[in-house]
Design a protein around this ligand. Structure first.
Ligand SMILES: Cc1cc2nc3c(=O)[nH]c(=O)nc-3n(C[C@H](O)[C@H](O)[C@H](O)COP(=O)(O)OP(=O)(O)OC[C@H]3O[C@@H](n4cnc5c(N)ncnc54)[C@H](O)[C@@H]3O)c2cc1C
Length: 420
C-alpha cells in the first residue's frame, strides 16, 4: 500500500485511496477497516495524540461492547470492536464489570488506549498525520476532490473516498453539505483524577460525597458545581479515583469554566469530605468531554424508534447495545432502555452521505436522531461504525460494489453462537 506525495504548482499534494479525518475511536477503527480491506489509508488528527474523547477526555470506560444482561457477559458482536476490547483489557489489566440494570462496561487506562491506537496504526500500515487540522475542502459537483490543512494551506490531501470521524460533521460542513445541529444538546463534562483517597469502596465513597454535598447545601455553604459530580465507574485503584464533573449546557468557554469548577470541587472535597482530607488532584483531562455535535445527512437515518425497538435490517453493518443515555443539566443521566440481551443494527446508509458520493461518516456523528446518537455515541459502538465505514469506503475506492462490503461486514458481526 502506498500513499504518494508530490509537489504540483507550488502545492504539496498527497494522494491516498481512503482518507480518514479524526483519530478518535471511530477514526482509528475506520483506518483499520480501510487498511485491512487493502486500501492505501491516511489518518489525519488535529491533536498530537490518538483516541479523541477516549484518551483526551479520560472517559475511562468502554460501553457498548456487551449485551445488557444480569446473567451473562456476552459480546454484542464478533469482529473488530470485540478484538479491540480484548486487547485493551489485557493492556489495562482490567476486565468487564456489571453496573445497574445489567449494563456492562470495560474500565481502561487512557494511556493504554493511546498505546493500542498507536500499535494498530503501526501494525496496519496506516499513514498518520497528527497535529494536522482539516480546514478546507475542494468540491467538484457531488465529489469531494481534496482537503487542505489549517496551518499549511499549500498542503492538500486527495483521496478516492473520505470518512468523516471528526465527531462534528466537519468535512460535510466544509464541503457545503447539509448538517443538522442537535435539537437537544447534551451537557459536556470534565474528568479529573485524585490520589491519596482513604476510602476505596466506590459505593461507600459515593455515599460519603453525596451526604456531605447535601449537608453543605443545607447549611448554606454548598457549591452547586458539586451537585454534578459523579465517579467514573471502575476507576478506584490503589488510593486513586477519577471523577466526572458536569458543565453548563450553554457555556461558550468550556475549558476555562471546566478548570475553574474542578478547582472549586477539589477544594470542597479536601476540606469537606473526610475521605479526601489527605487527597490531592493528580490530573485533569487535557480535553473537555463534549457529548453532542452536528450531524450530517445520510442516505438513511437511524431513528429513536429503531434503537428502542432493537431493529434488525438487511444492510445492518454495525450493532448497538447501549441504552439511550442522555445527560442534561441534572446530576445523573436519563436512561431509556430497550430489551435486555438484545441489540439494534445500524444501516449502511446512515454512514453514507446523501450529498457527496465519496463521503462516509461514523462515531458520535452520523445520520441519526438525537436519542439514537445518545445510544450509539458510546465507544464500543463508535468502534463498530468506524470499522464499517472504513471497510465501505475502501470497497468503493477499489471499485467494488457496496453490497460486497455489507455482506462481508455482516458475516464478521455474527456471534460465535449464531455462526454455530
Ligand atoms: C464526559 C463524557 C463521558 C463519556 N463517558 C463514556 C463512557 O463512560 N463510555 C463510553 O463508551 N463512552 C463515553 N462517552 C462517549 C464517548 O467517549 C465518545 O462519544 C466517543 O469517544 C466519540 O468517539 P469519536 O471517534 O466519534 O469522536 P472523538 O473521540 O471526539 O474523536 C474525534 C476526533 O476528530 C478530531 N478532529 C476534529 N476536528 C478535526 C479536524 N478539523 N481535523 C482533524 N481532526 C479533527 C478530534 O481532535 C478528535 O480526536 C463519554 C463522552 C463524554 C464527553
Amino acid at each position: 500500500m502506498t500513499v504518494t506525495s508530490a509537489v504540483v504548482a507550488g502545492e504539496i499534494l498527497m494522494t491516498c485511496q481512503v482518507l480518514i479525518v479524526g483519530g478518535g475511536s471511530a477514526g482509528l477503527a475506520a483506518a483499520v477497516g480501510a487498511s485491512r480491506s487493502g486500501a492505501a489509508t491516511t489518518l489525519v488528527e488535529r491533536e498530537e495524540f490518538l483516541g479523541g474523547m477516549a484518551t483526551g477526555a479520560m472517559v475511562g470506560t468502554v460501553c457498548g461492547l456487551h449485551l445488557r444482561s444480569e446473567q451473562h457477559c456476552r459480546a454484542v458482536s464478533e469482529g473488530f470492536p470485540r478484538a479491540f476490547g480484548d486487547r485493551l483489557a489485557r493492556l489495562s489489566g482490567t476486565e468487564p464489570m456489571v453496573w445497574k440494570e445489567g449494563l456492562r462496561f470495560l474500565p481502561y487506562l487512557p494511556a493504554s488506549f493511546a498505546d493500542l491506537c498507536s500499535a494498530l496504526v503501526e501494525e496496519e500500515g496506516i499513514n498518520l498525520l497528527c497535529g494536522a487540522s482539516i480546514a478546507g475542502c475542494a468540491v467538484d459537483g457531488d465529489t469531494i476532490r481534496s482537503v487542505s490543512l489549517a496551518d499549511s494551506a499549500a498542503t492538500r490531501l486527495s483521496a478516492d473516498t473520505i470518512v468523516d470521524c471528526t465527531g462534528n460533521a466537519v468535512v460535510t460542513a466544509l464541503s457545503g453539505g447539509r448538517v443538522i445541529a442537535p435539537e437537544r444538546r447534551q451537557a459536556s463534562a470534565i474528568v479529573f483524577t485524585m490520589s491519596g483517597i482513604k476510602v476505596m469502596d466506590p459505593h461507600v465513597l459515593r455515599m460519603m460525597i453525596l451526604r456531605d454535598v447535601k449537608r453543605a447545601a443545607r447549611n448554606g455553604n454548598g457549591d452547586a458545581a458539586c451537585e454534578r459530580l459523579s465517579m467514573v465507574p471502575g476507576s478506584c485503584r490503589d488510593d486513586c479515583a477519577s471523577f466526572k464533573l458536569g458543565l453548563p449546557i450553554d457555556c461558550d468557554d468550556l475549558d476555562r469554566v471546566g478548570r475553574e469548577r474542578v478547582d472549586r470541587v477539589v477544594g470542597f472535597l479536601t476540606s469537606g469530605v473526610a475521605a479526601f482530607d489527605q487527597a490531592t488532584l493528580t490530573s485533569i483531562a487535557p480535553l473537555v468531554g463534549v457529548r453532542s455535535g452536528n450531524r450530517p445527512w445520510g442516505r438513511d437515518r437511524l431513528t429513536t424508534e429503531q434503537v428502542l425497538g432493537a431493529m434488525k435490517c438487511d444492510d445492518g453493518v454495525a450493532r448497538g447495545a447501549w441504552p439511550v443515555e442522555f445527560w442534561d443539566d441534572r446530576p445523573g443521566p436519563q436512561m431509556t432502555y430497550f430489551a435486555a440481551d438484545d441489540y439494534y443494527e445500524i444501516p449502511a446508509g446512515a454512514l453514507r452521505s446523501s450529498d457527496f458520493v465519496n463521503l462516509y461518516f461514523a462515531g458520535k456523528s452520523f445520520a441519526a436522531s438525537d436519542d439514537a446518537i445518545a445510544s450509539a455515541r458510546v465507544i464500543g459502538t463508535c468502534l463498530a461504525t468506524g470499522y464499517a465505514a472504513g471497510r465501505m469506503a475502501a470497497c468503493a475506492s477499489i471499485g467494488r460494489p457496496q453490497e460486497e462490503a455489507v455482506r462481508g461486514l455482516r458475516s464478521e458481526l455474527a456471534t460465535v453462537e449464531e455462526a454455530g
